[in-house]
Design a protein around this ligand. Structure first.
Ligand SMILES: [Zn+2]
Length: 358
């Protein structure tokens, strides 16, 4: 991986912001981790997933209802990813690290993905080198799709805005069956060497895959038959993949966000401080929409999340007022779209622009 460093010599913005955010938590006597709002949400989402699975596997519903419930299960699983997995793996679900690890395991590996790789890919690589082409694994889907101007263009990209939903709908299956195994066998996360795995981590990896194939593939095929299973399984994954992709893509791959590029095997210095880089590469959406904020685990407040990744998402609306004020004071951008539809429009327009021959 290239040695990439930020110029943190002028860190006045972040120091000033951090001191006000610290003051907010101290004066209110609040912990930065999750509270009853998050624990209630986790209980609702996890029990909903179990109930939906149980209803589907008992095969008591007519086909159309089972199909609709499979889609709903996909949506609930994506929401578990945003609200429980994301917070727990960042260590912001609870003050207890053991509970964070347990919830991370339940909500990542329970969905068939590997928490160990996610923590390095997301917490370290994506959160430090956001939108840096060549390092950030979140924008490394080339040549299938071209997500920033420095990536290689191929003629198929001309219509990438049209086949984008198909690619996104396969995200969860791609993650579980291809990306995890690629990381496991190559020992790399895109261009970064993966953390060394202990024997326990190897065991967890394989047991997770066996569990996933049993619960989401083998048992439903035996009980329901392969055809109903296939329809339900593809529907669940399509809804899950689309939901996961849109929420993550609407944070960074938009008309109002910036990108950096790091050529292979060279060092580069980014002339902005880390916090300013986060502001320039990240955008919020639908901040006033309570439903979006609830199901997306506060990922519509992506700016606050990138500046304070170890603060639980339940606090983002409150600290967002401080962040906006500080951005205005230091003349820094605070990118946001009023609604999810506006952000979605921007994402598709941007992907269409990137698809035109450079
Ligand atoms: Zn994160």
């Amino acid at each position: 991986m290239s040695k990439l460093q930020f110029n943190n010599s002028n860190n006045a913005f972040f120091l000033s912001l951090k001191s006000e955010v610290d003051h907010y938590f101290n004066s209110q006597g609040k912990k930065r981790t999750g509270d009853s709002r998050l624990f209630t949400k986790a209980a609702i989402l996890l029990s909903s997933a179990i109930i939906l699975y149980a209803v589907l596997i008992t095969n008591i519903l007519p086909g159309w209802a089972a199909w609709a419930l499979s889609g709903l299960l996909g949506f609930v699983l994506a929401s578990i990813g945003f609200c429980v997995m994301h917070d727990a793996n960042h260590g912001s679900f609870s003050t207890s690290q053991k509970l964070n690890d347990l919830m991370g395991l339940i909500s990542s590996n329970g969905l068939g993905a590997n928490a160990y790789f996610w923590k390095q890919k997301h917490n370290i690589i994506h959160h430090t080198y956001t939108n840096v082409d060549g390092i950030d694994d979140d924008i490394a889907k080339s040549p299938i799709i071209r997500q920033c101007p420095t990536q290689k263009w191929v003629p198929a990209h001309r219509v990438q805005h049209l086949y984008l939903p198909l690619v996104y709908s396969m995200t969860s299956m791609f993650w579980i069956f291809i990306m995890d195994f690629t990381k496991y066998f190559s020992r790399r996360i895109y261009r970064t060497a993966a953390w060394k795995m202990s024997l326990t981590e190897h065991l967890i990896f394989w047991l997770t895959k066996v569990y996933y194939v049993s619960v989401f593939i083998a048992i439903p095929i035996i009980v329901l038959g392969w055809k109903p299973w296939l329809i339900g399984y593809l529907t669940m994954n399509a809804v899950m993949g689309l939901t996961l992709s849109f929420v993550f893509q609407l944070a960074h791959v938009l008309e109002n966000t910036e990108f950096e590029h790091v050529p292979l095997d060279t060092s580069k210095h980014i002339e902005t401080a880390w916090a300013e880089h986060q502001l320039r590469t990240t955008s919020n959406f639908a901040m006033k929409n309570k439903f979006v904020s609830w199901f997306s685990g506060g990922l519509n407040y992506q700016i606050e999340h990138h500046l304070f990744p170890r603060v639980s998402h339940v606090h983002y609306p409150a600290i967002s007022e401080i962040v906006q004020r500080k951005c205005a004071e230091f003349h820094l951008p605070y990118n946001q779209y009023e609604t999810a539809t506006e952000a979605l429009g921007s994402h598709f327009r941007f992907m269409r622009q990137l698809g035109a021959k450079p």
